[in-house]
Design a protein around this ligand. Structure first.
Ligand code: ADP
Length: 787
């Protein structure tokens, strides 16, 4: 706007000045010279009149006559030329025409004057009265009036030119006036515009610049924020945008730096540009810190060493990764309070822990101590703590920092070591063995008090002696020397402990038996061997005695087995032989009873019935006994399909099952290797018992199953019968043991002992779980590869 104003003003001024210049030029070059010339012309007219008059009346005035001649010949033509030049530039041609007329008139006058001059040319011409009077008349009648007319006309032109000059001067004034006005307006406009622009600038430029300045100042203080200013499209707007952009980028860089500070090394950051040295330096720093941090973590992990930093004022604790591991704290849920750490200290150690804490907070000296923690997962651990305080300029504690090492394993080791040392000491003290240490050459380096007692030699006598040469009798020495040489060759493969039993001699040359156990050991970096020597004379004697009694026992055993076999043979033969007469008795008595039915008195009939019953019982008994003695007599071993065996048993027991409505359920049963007949007998006995010992009012329910264990099958026969008292759980497997002797529970007391014998022959076990009134569960195992 200002430039426009200046331009307009300049143009206006130039135009005005140009006009003024033109007007002035016109005045100075045309108007004024014209006026001057016109006035000169007027003077010339007057002079012409005067000189002509003087020509006539003043005969001797030669000067005027010369002046008139000069006027006629020089002055007038010269003036006319000049005036013609000027009048040619006049704006009004009318005036030029008027001037031409005046020329004409004047030139006519000059002709008249010339007539006068020629008539009165010489001095004597004046003496001619006619010429004189004629000349006087011409002056009177022609020159004077004619000159007067010409003067009038010329005056009109002069006043006209003067008017023009006045007009031009007025114009000049007016232009100057306008120029002043224009300059004043420009000055006022500049003042107003300047004021307005100042205010506008203050608002539009200064305010955002102030904001930018504040923001930049804040940046200097590390505060990153944006300039809150409406972003326009002008330079200021661009500047605000650029500064905000800078702030944004710095914020991104600062955020990245913060993330690095928070150990979030995976946060994404791109350098702001190829020249972003700060960003690149941060990335390089992040990578370096990350790798160092990883290495530190690895090192801490290997050393089970964690570190912490506690901001005392803000109660903020930060832990290293390994310390989180040691405390078993989840880093995500950790609230960073010191209280949370305190809660982990073992209740028995907390007082001491707090006392140490108070002390080093007071005296500002580093502290090293050990305590126990109960980790967040409830694991008790031993830790070693080293801590120190960081104080500010006023001597106030602002931070505590330190390291924590998990020394649980070391503690355990120490404990175990001290335990084992104690134990070793106890063993040494309690040991009956004499302890001797020899070097690689077999020379004695230690000879303990028990060795002194055992052999009679004192340690001083034995040190440096070869063990073999002193305690081994002469006749065995050579062989022993060779054996010892071989054993003591160290560095050739692992050396294992060795125990030998040899004959030894004591200081008195008495021979006796010893056991010598030699173990290699590294003592003070040297290979040495510890020998434990025990007098085994009495053991040897006992062994000899034992060997003798073992031989006796074996012989007795053989005799017993033979007797047992004879007994079984006898039982088999007896029961076999008894079967026939028993059947005869039973058949005959039955026949007798039938024949004398109704003829016998009641008592005799009862007696006969009793005989039949007893002989039936006897039959069962003999059958069972036979079975018992047969078990194991046949070594058959084949694949037995237990499912088929069960089907056979159920078919055989069909009548009993039908009568009792027994509900028998079986899971799929396996193939086992064994004796088919014996397995069948085993199944049968258990099912018969389950039906026989059922509860009075309920249907017997039997559940049979088999379960595969490591290398055997475990069978289960569960019933809902009357059950067995716990005290009889073992007894019932003993032959002839019966718990229920009521008539409905007829039996021989052999069934379960049969089962036991069969199971044991198949390398298994049998047992029962039962409660009276709640049924019994018989279980037995059968080895898979039983034979
Ligand atoms: P018995 O010929 O009497 O059946 P066993 O040797 O088979 O002889 O059984 C010994 C005793 O064990 C039986 O007399 C009985 O008291 C008890 N017994 C065996 N099996 C069962 C069972 N399933 N329920 C309750 N008692 C049983």
């Amino acid at each position: 706007m200002l430039v426009l104003l200046f331009v307009v003003n300049g143009i206006a001024s130039l135009i005005t000045l140009n006009n003024n210049r033109k007007v002035s030029e016109h005045i100075s070059k045309i108007t004024d010279p014209s006026l001057q010339s016109l006035e000169d012309f007027g003077d010339l007219l007057t002079a012409s009149k005067m000189y002509t008059t003087n020509w006539v009346f003043l005969r001797s005035n030669q000067d005027d006559k010369d002046a008139l001649k000069r006027l006629h010949n020089i002055d007038y033509p010269k003036l006319k030329v000049k005036l013609n030049l000027l009048s040619g530039k006049w704006d009004h041609k009318q005036m030029a025409d008027s001037l031409q007329k005046i020329y004409t008139g004047f030139e006519q006058l000059l002709v008249v004057e010339k007539g006068v001059m020629s008539s009165l040319q010489k001095f004597e011409d004046y003496n001619d009265p006619v010429a004189k009077f004629e000349s006087e008349r011409i002056i009177e009648d022609e020159v004077l009036p004619h000159t007067s007319r010409l003067m009038n006309s010329l005056s009109g032109i002069i006043s006209y030119e003067q008017n023009i000059r006045n007009q031009k001067n007025k114009d000049l004034e007016e232009y100057s006036m306008r120029l002043r006005m224009l300059i004043s307006i420009l000055a006022i406009t500049i003042i107003f515009l300047g004021t307005f622009l100042s205010l506008y600038m203050a608002r539009v430029i200064v305010s955002p610049i102030n904001k930018i300045r504040d923001m930049v100042n804040d940046l200097g203080k590390g505060i990153i924020r944006k300039v809150n200013h409406k972003v326009s499209n002008d330079e200021i707007g661009k500047m605000v945008r650029s500064v905000n952009n800078l702030s944004e980028k710095l914020q991104a860089t600062a955020t990245f730096a913060t993330e690095i500070g928070n150990r979030n090394f995976n946060s994404y950051f791109e350098p702001l540009s190829a020249e972003d040295t700060l960003g690149k330096a941060l990335i390089a720093m992040r990578n370096n810190i990350k790798s160092s941090y990883q290495k530190l973590n690895e090192a801490q992990h290997i050393a089970k060493l964690g570190s912490w930093e506690r901001d005392v004022k803000n109660d903020h604790v930060s832990l290293s990764d390994e310390l989180f591991c040691i405390f078993d704290i989840d880093p995500v849920s950790f609230d960073s309070s010191f209280q949370s750490i305190l809660q982990l200290i073992h209740p028995e150690d907390i007082k001491n822990f707090q006392a140490i804490g108070r002390k080093y907070m007071q005296d500002h000296l580093p502290a090293t101590y050990e305590c126990r923690i109960i980790s967040a997962k409830g694991v008790t651990k031993n830790i070693s703590v080293q801590s120190k305080v960081v104080i500010d300029a006023h001597g106030e504690v602002i931070k505590t920092i330190g390291i924590v090492q998990d020394i649980t394993e070391r503690k355990k080791g120490e404990l175990a070591l001290s335990e084992s040392q104690k134990q070793i000491q106890t063993i040494f003290n309690a040991a009956l063995d004499a302890i001797v240490i020899i070097d690689e050459e077999g020379k004695i380096v230690k000879w303990d008090s028990k060795a002194e007692i055992l052999f009679g030699w004192k340690q001083e006598e034995q040190l440096g002696m070869l063990l073999t040469e002193t305690i081994i009798p002469q006749q065995y020495r050579e062989a022993h020397r060779r054996g010892m040489k071989l054993f003591l060759k160290t560095g050739e493969g692992p050396i294992l402990s060795k125990t030998i039993e040899v004959r030894a001699i004591n200081k008195n040359n008495d021979e006796f038996d010893i056991s010598l156990s030699i173990s290699p050991s590294l003592i003070d970096g040297k290979h040495q061997f510890i020998g434990f020597i025990r007098d085994i004379t009495s053991r040897k004697k006992a062994e000899a005695k034992l060997r003798k009694s073992e031989a006796d026992l074996e012989r007795n055993n053989r005799e017993l087995i033979q007797k047992n076999r004879d007994l079984e043979q006898f039982a088999f033969a007896a029961s076999h032989d008894l079967q026939e007469p028993l059947r005869t008795i039973s058949d005959f008595v039955g026949l007798l009873r039938q024949q004398y039915q109704g003829k016998l008195d009641e008592k005799a009939d009862k007696c006969l019935a009793f005989i039949i019953q007893s002989s039936d019982r006897m039959k069962i008994f003999i059958r069972d006994l036979l079975q018992y003695s047969r078990i194991g007599s046949d070594n058959t071993n084949e694949q037995v399909n237990c499912m088929v065996i069960l089907d056979e048993v159920l078919a055989d027991l069909g009548k009993a099952i039908e009568e009792t409505n027994a509900d028998i359920k079986a899971d799929p049963l396996p193939f086992i290797s064994g004796h088919p007949a014996e397995i069948k007998q085993l199944f049968q006995n258990l099912i018969v018992n389950a039906i026989k010992f059922r509860k009075k009012d309920s249907i017997p329910k039997i559940k049979i199953s088999a379960q595969k264990k490591d290398n055997y099958w475990q069978f289960t026969f569960a019933d809902n019968g009357i059950g067995i008292e716990e005290q009889y759980n073992e007894k019932i497997f003993v032959i002839f043991q019966r718990l229920h002797t009521r008539s409905e529970y007829q039996g021989s007391g052999i069934g379960l002992s049969n089962c036991k014998k069969i199971v044991e022959l198949h390398n298994g076990k049998i047992w029962v779980d039962s409660k009276p009134g709640e049924g019994s569960t018989f279980q037995f195992t059968i080895q898979q590869n039983s034979n």
